[in-house]
Ligand binder design. Structure first.
Ligand code: NDP
Length: 251
């Protein structure tokens, strides 16, 4: 009887933030299917537990972490407990994010603090905490940035600012660590069908984006997980630096 083919990530350990829905959840499933042990982190622990049970039943090693990425101490503990529980850290997927669209004028600036804390400061602290482990094992950091990290548009100023900042940080980090074998991958999706838009507090911006996306075939979370698969399963000498992926219908 022939055994099932080995996944390309057997023996690797991955940590995925924002794994309770959307792109993070799809990416965690993909990584587990490729044989990685997966730490799944987000605030909604009930969702993570359900995903964890499913992945465990399918044979994966899973570590569930209730985590708010805006809490630096909690971020450091999350990385430490991943290493302790799963035996290392080879792949960090910085995916947790918020897209609170709206004009600058009259903005609710608590939206700005939440986005900066989650999309930018959270990414910085996670990367910093994970880096010693990634350097030890020649690991990979995957940043789920956005088309919004390359192209600024009206009504997305602070979301754009956070994602541009992630791209700048990632290019500088790449130059710092690439010759020591650590790969820094930036994935920049266009519109993906997820819960992301549900959190927009500025009602006209929410209505406008809902109207726009209703007219197109959106990307699926699994499309982005496939892009991550391509980058993280590439041979170690191949650094897939940037993947820009849009819906065909999005002009
Ligand atoms: P979802 O809203 O489905 O997922 C966002 C995830 O981030 C959730 O799991 C959420 O979990 C988590 N999250 C939010 N805030 C925090 C926090 N403070 N601490 C920990 N986890 C947090 O949306 P997507 O899957 O679309 O978003 C994932 C990433 O993809 C984001 O960075 C987003 O900017 C990016 N992206 C999305 C696009 C799209 O069109 N959907 C396009 C381009 C990029 P919980 O609430 O349980 O904490």
């Amino acid at each position: 009887m022939s055994s099932a083919p080995e996944g390309k990530l057997e023996g690797k350990v991955a940590l995925v933030t924002g794994a309770s829905s959307g792109i993070g959840e799809a990416t965690a499933r993909m990584l587990a299917a490729e044989g990685a042990a997966v730490a799944i982190a987000a605030r909604r622990a009930d969702r993570l537990r359900a995903l964890g049970d499913e992945l465990t039943a399918a044979g994966a090693r899973v570590h569930v972490i209730a985590l708010d990425v805006t809490d630096e101490e909690a971020v450091r503990s999350a990385v430490a407990s991943t290493v302790e529980t799963l035996g290392g850290l080879d792949i960090l997927v910085n995916n947790a994010g918020l897209m609170l669209l709206g004009p600058v004028e009259d903005a609710d600036t608590t939206d700005w603090s939440r986005m900066i804390g989650t999309n930018l400061t959270g990414v910085l602290h996670l990367t910093h905490a994970a880096l010693p482990h990634l350097l030890r094992g020649q690991g990979t950091v995957v940043q789920i940035s956005s088309v919004a990290g390359r192209v600024a548009v009206r009504g997305a100023a602070v979301y754009n600012a956070t994602k541009f900042a992630v791209n700048a940080f990632s290019e500088s980090l790449r130059q710092e660590v690439t010759e020591r074998g650590v790969r820094v991958v930036v994935v920049e999706p266009g519109t993906v069908e997820t819960e992301l838009r549900e959190h927009i507090t500025h009602a006209p911006s929410k209505a406008a984006i809902e109207e726009r996306v209703a007219k197109i075939r959106q990307l699926r979370s699994t499309d982005i997980a496939e892009a991550v698969r391509y980058a993280v399963t590439a041979p170690p000498h191949v650094m897939v630096g940037e993947i820009f992926i849009r819906p065909t219908d999005q002009a």
